[in-house]
Design a protein. Sequence first.
Length: 414
Amino acid sequence: MTQPPAPVLPAADGVSPPSPRGIPLGSPDYRRVTLALFLAGFATFSLLYCVQPLLPDFTAEFGVSPAHSSLALSLSTSLLAVAILCAAALSEGLGRRGLMFGSLVAASALNIAAALVPDWTLLLVMRALEGLALGGVPAVAMAYLAEEIEPRGLGRAMGLYIAGTALGGMLGRVITGHLVEAFSWRIALCGIGVAGLIAAIGFLLLLPRSRNFSPRPGFDVQYHLSAWRRHLAVPSMRWLFAMSFLSMGCFVAVFNYIGFRLTAPPYGLGQAALGMLFFVYIFGIVSSSAAGGLTERFGRRAVLPVGVLVTAVGVGLTLPDGMETMVAGLILLTVGFFFTHAVASGWVGRIAVGAKGHASSLYLLAYYVGSSIVGSAGGWFWAEGGWSAVAWFLLTLHGVALVAALRLRALSRV
C-alpha cells in the first residue's frame, strides 16, 4: 500500500518549511530536477572513485604499500566528510544550486591537476583538496530534493539521484581501466576530470532554482550547532547514521582490495579486465531506482533490512575462489548496497524537521567517514589474512548493520 505523504511540520530553526505542493511527480520540472541531480551524482562519484582501480598502479609506480595506496581514495573521502558539514551550513546562506555547480567545477579541475603532479605526496594533496571541493554536492543535493519535490515523489527522485552516483562510480572505474591500458593512469584521470566539467555544465542548465528555500543571511555558528544537535537527539536519526557508516564502509572496502586479489595469481587480470568488473554497478543503478517504488509500496521499515541481508550474502559469495561465484557476489553486494543507501538517504529527508541540509550532512558525514575508516582498515586485514580476513571482517560489520536496520524498524513510523 502506498504510504500517505508526510505531514508538513513547522521548522524549528526559523527557516520556512518546504511547501506541501512541491514539484509534482512526472512534471517537466520533476524530470529536469531528476536529470540534473543524476548528472551531479554521476560527476561526484566518477571523480571520487576513479582512483580505485588505480591502486595497484600506484603501488607499483610510487613504491607504496596497498594500504598506503588507498590513501588516494581515503584522503578524498575523509576531507569530503568534513567539507559536507561546512557546505551544508554555507548553503543555508549561499543557496543550493550555485554551491553545487561551483563544487563540481573545482573538483573536476583538481582531478586534472592530480594527473599532472610529479610525485606521490602532491597527488595525495590534490586528491585531498578534491574531497574538500566535492563536499558542496552530496548533502546539498539531498536537501534540495527534500525541499523541492512533493513527498510522494521524493523516494523515486532520491533513487534516481543514487542511480546517478552508481553510474558515475561504474563508468569512472571502467573508463579509467581502459584508458590506463591504452595510455596511462595520468590520461585516465584527465579524462574523468573533463567528463566532470561537462556534467557540471549540464547540471547548471537543467536544475531549476530553489522555490521552497529561504536563505539565512550571515553565518550563525550557534544556529548550525543547534541544528546538528537537534538531529543527533533523534534516536532513529542516530541509527540511520550508523547504517550509513557501516554500509558505505563495507562497500568501499570490498572494491578497494578485490583488485589486489584479482590482479594476482591465479586470476592475473589486467586493468581493462578489472575495470570491466565494475559493470556490476549497472545492477546498482537498477536497484537504487527500484528502491523508491518499493518503499512507496511497502514502506522503508519493511525493505531496509532486506537490502542489508542481500549485501551480506554478496560478501559471503566472494569467499570461494571461483570467478563466477565471486562475480555473483559482487552483483548482490552492489544491488544490496545501493538499495540500502537509496532507502536510508530518502528516510533522512522524511524524518528531519527543518534544517534538512544539516540532517543530510550528518548522514553523509557518517557515510564518508565509514568509507575512509573501514576502507583503510580493510588493508590491515588484507595484509594479515588475505581476502578471507577482509570478507569475515565485513560480514561482522554487516551483522551490526542489520541490528541498526531492525532498530529503525522499531523506532520509526515513516
